[in-house]
Design a protein around this ligand. Sequence first.
Ligand code: SAM
Length: 339
Amino acid sequence: MDQPSNLLIKLSRRLFDDATEQEKFIDALIRPQPFHPCIAWCREKRSPFKIEPPISWQPRFVDRLSFGEKPGQHPLHNEGYYYCLDFSSVFAAMSLYAVRSPINTIFDMCAAPGGKSIFAWRALQPQLLVCNEAISKRIGMLISNLKRCHISPAIVLNKDPGDLSQINFSHQLVIVDAPCSGQSLLAKGSKVPGCFHPNTINKNANRQKRIIANSAQLVAPQGYLAYMTCTYSVEENEQVCEWLLEKFPQFQAVNVSKLVEYQSQLTNLPCYRLFPQSKLGTGAFTALFQNTEVGETKHVDFEMLLQVGIRYKLEDTNHRDTENAEKEGEEGLFMGNDF
Ligand SMILES: C[S@@+](CC[C@H](N)C(=O)[O-])C[C@H]1O[C@@H](n2cnc3c(N)ncnc32)[C@H](O)[C@@H]1O
């Protein structure tokens, strides 16, 4: 794309008051530049790569690698030492750092291929991770990534969010990394036809509202709901968050202190945006909500999930504790069961 479309120019004016910022944003989309490769360590860190100096909010288990590094081709990748993800995904998942732990169960509503699930598992160390993916053909890659990275105990479901909200269970953290118009993919050179068109944006915003509404019903009293996308349009981001609070007044938005510099100027709510002109990543949106209701968590048990229809179960192997395990000369035992 050499010339910006009218729709892109219009979006830039909506996002930024400042003309220079508008230009930088447009330029990042029509002249994509490479971003540093990024990995999240799932086991103890090794040092086979040249890394970039960490930025202030970067978790210790995340490394940004120098240009030219190809972590997906290194043998440690196959051995499940790390997961390759965009730094924008790290940004989006940073809202999880405002969650008050310990967290027993995490439910990821839109999990494939598994980046946010793996990040959440690593950052919050839950007793159970439930990864749902509504689209059947994306389940294989999700299971394969969870297996490769030894993420356990974890359960994979293949359900529509509407079916899940009928089930009487709740979780302390529900993650909604929603399907979206994918505008930020332009910043890495992908073609995303129609991504700025109002019809595309409205269709996505309606789907996002449906998913977040069904997900809100799975959040335990005092539990959290994290919402994130990889798109820029206000309708799919801030407006979905405002709609959520109107429909579910028991939720309140939570400040994410690590991301304060990235606070969105497009709403009064604490919502956070990364833009491609930051040169850190293609762009992302993130916000965190807490259910202020008081009451009991309707804990998930395995029998309940069996009735829901488990697609895959990864048993606890204590891989999280590999540093100690290795000192004692143990090897975590991996077990996986297809259902
Ligand atoms: C942004 S991607 C999730 C990426 C994933 N969280 C990660 O970090 O690797 C959105 C996911 O939502 C799924 N999805 C599509 N339509 C959906 C729907 N109607 N309800 C729930 N999820 C849907 C897509 O298949 C896709 O896997």
